[in-house]
Design a protein around this ligand. Structure first.
Ligand code: HPA
Length: 273
């Protein structure tokens, strides 16, 4: 996808929202859409109405872009994201994040549902992402001719998740008595969940949670120098010895159980940004 397409979409959205200038971008993961209820929404636009936007195909994502105010800050919020496993290219997966940057966003907050690998994690716990492993993804959004206007050919990944935001989130979790871990997220392409042997391997490599999203968006965001924060909800436990069958309904149920905590944490963070 080209810079021209990114700019055309940004121009369309700017016109459709009468020049609304978001400062914070939010991407909500599977089963985690209810934060939208806390936003004083000014504009809600279907993905299918947005030029160059891929159309969401996973039925439990409603596919809307919201513009409004949350904790006194102007936000743009994606309810439903694009996953590589749905067949989108990596540039399509990260397209909305690039559009957010052109619209003026400086900070990106991302949530996801993830499988827990750390044996201390329980269902519906929160994990603040302090680092990630992208190496299992078969592709990368920055492959191809670099769009120099967006950022460097070889972006640094020293601190993809802003350490000050990680510390802030842990502080808020302590204050509000929300159980939250800080850990490493490893991304896999999906769409199947992992075998016992795969969960064991990922744990050995140093990951605390595994999921099918987030990392491409963070890579694209860091190339553009956005300040990033990521939050996983542990929706199933990838412990090889005690692994149980799971399915999307159980995953969504575990995500929904964590929504009040997640929502509180994000609202409070945005108030302090
Ligand atoms: N593995 C990969 N992705 C996931 C999982 C998992 O166990 N749970 C939620 N998303």
């Amino acid at each position: 996808m080209t810079l021209q397409q990114i700019e055309e979409t940004a121009t369309y959205l700017s016109q459709a929202t009468q020049g609304f200038k978001p400062e914070i971008g939010i991407i909500l993961g599977t089963g985690l859409g209810s934060l939208v209820g806390d936003i004083e929404v000014e504009y809600a636009i279907d993905y299918s109405d947005i030029p160059h936007f891929p159309v969401a195909t996973v039925e439990f994502h409603s596919g809307k872009l919201f513009f409004g105010t949350l904790s006194g800050k102007k936000v743009i919020c994606m309810q439903g994201r694009f996953h590589y496993y749905e067949g989108y290219s990596m540039p399509q997966v990260v397209f909305p994040v690039r559009v957010m940057k052109v619209l003026g966003v400086h900070t990106l907050l991302v949530s996801n549902a993830a499988g827990g690998l750390n044996s201390l994690y329980k269902l519906s716990d929160l994990m603040i992402i302090r680092d990630h492993i992208s190496l299992f993804l078969p592709n990368n959004p920055l492959i191809g001719k670099n769009i120099d206007e967006l950022g460097d050919r070889f972006p640094d990944m020293c601190d993809p998740y802003d350490p000050a935001l990680v510390a802030m989130a842990l502080g808020i979790a302590r204050e509000q008595e929300i159980k939250a871990h800080a850990g490493v997220y490893v991304s896999v392409p999906g769409p199947h969940l992992e075998t016992r042997a795969e969960y064991r391997l990922l744990r050995m490599l140093g990951a605390d949670a595994v999921g099918m999203s987030t990392v491409p968006e963070i890579i694209a965001a860091r190339q553009m120098n956005l300040r990033c924060f990521g939050l996983s909800v542990i929706t199933d436990l990838g412990i090889p010895e005690t692994l149980e069958k799971t399915d999307i309904a159980k995953i969504i149920q575990a995500a929904e159980a964590a929504e009040p905590n997640m929502t509180l944490l994000i609202r409070e963070m945005i108030a302090r940004l």
